[in-house]
Ligand binder design. Structure first.
Ligand SMILES: NC(=O)c1ccc[n+]([C@@H]2O[C@H](COP(=O)([O-])OP(=O)(O)OC[C@H]3O[C@@H](n4cnc5c(N)ncnc54)[C@H](OP(=O)(O)O)[C@@H]3O)[C@@H](O)[C@H]2O)c1
Length: 255
């Protein structure tokens, strides 16, 4: 059973990027948690959000939220504020590596395209920042709360030995810097908030599907496993974890 009792009882939660992959699995597991009240599931088409039949849906609140469109983020925050006094957990999950429109991770410099670079920054880096801008007023002023963004080990500058994947790497590195900035600023006003970046490992989702060939079976996590690992980390966070870049096994990843 997923516990978030270190964050309080009956907390309301925002998951953005909830339509597929890890985001939808976060929503599913959080709806099963005895510590969670409402789960705001932000996605581009909330009317199409589909969860497994046995998911308890009393607390489910589908929410229209496109992280590439600040107006929808602002409107989503207003909608949430009408029903939830505070959010104990904000999870930024939406991310792009490749798209149906033909965006692919670059293997070499010649493949770099301005449009892919800018789209990656817009979704992966600016998305969580604008969510912070509009949803921060919903954080509790004193109680514990967590603002977590799904990053990726390949966004680590210190860990980059392979090169390539220019847009994804750079946009995740930018996201990491913005998370670190938030970890300095937000606690000044919201004393109990912890801001962290999380690396889920390689998880069997649409995002990783074209790149799973070289991943040993024991290092390819199911969504269920990956999300319960990350929620376990979130529930175990303490003050020393402020501003950390944390991998699925709890280890620190260099920025
Ligand atoms: N899977 C892995 O192995 C892995 C490894 C490291 C890090 N991560 C990170 O984990 C996060 C989740 O990845 P995933 O594997 O679950 O990916 P996924 O299965 O491809 O799902 C991506 C999600 O992002 C949403 N999204 C994309 N653009 C959006 C936008 N403009 N507004 C709102 N939502 C948007 C998608 O919504 P639509 O359905 O509307 O497209 C979808 O729900 C990402 O940040 C990724 O970088 C994943």
């Amino acid at each position: 059973m997923i516990r978030l009792d270190s964050l309080g009882r009956d907390i309301d939660v925002l998951v953005q990027g909830a339509s597929r992959g890890l985001g939808r699995e976060f929503v599913r597991q959080l709806l099963h948690s005895p510590d969670v009240g409402r789960v705001w599931a932000g996605c581009r088409q909330p009317e199409a959000l589909a969860l497994p039949a046995d998911t308890p849906t009393t607390g489910l609140r589908p929410l229209r939220l496109d992280v590439s469109d600040e107006a929808t983020i602002a409107a989503a925050a207003e909608q949430v504020a009408r029903e939830s006094d505070t959010l104990g957990l904000i999870l930024n999950v939406a991310g792009v590596l490749h798209t149906r429109e033909g965006m692919r991770p670059e293997r070499r410099l010649a493949e770099v395209e301005q449009a892919s670079m800018l789209w990656s920054y817009r979704v992966n880096a600016l998305g969580p920042l604008l969510v912070a801008k509009h949803f921060a007023p919903l954080l509790p002023r004193r109680e514990r709360a967590v603002f977590a963004s799904l990053s990726a080990r390949v966004g680590s500058i210190g860990d980059n030995r392979l090169g390539g994947w220019y847009a994804y790497r750079a946009s995740k590195a930018a996201q990491n810097m913005l998370t670190r900035n938030l970890s300095v600023e937000l606690p000044r006003r919201y004393r109990g908030v912890l801001c962290i970046a999380l690396h889920p490992g390689t998880v069997d989702t649409d995002l990783s599907a074209p790149f799973q060939g070289n991943v040993p079976a024991e290092r390819l996590f199911s969504r269920d496993q990956a999300v319960s690992q990350l929620l376990g980390i979130i529930n175990g966070l303490g003050p020393d974890d402020q501003g950390r870049f944390i991998a699925w096994d709890g280890s620190t990843i260099p920025w």
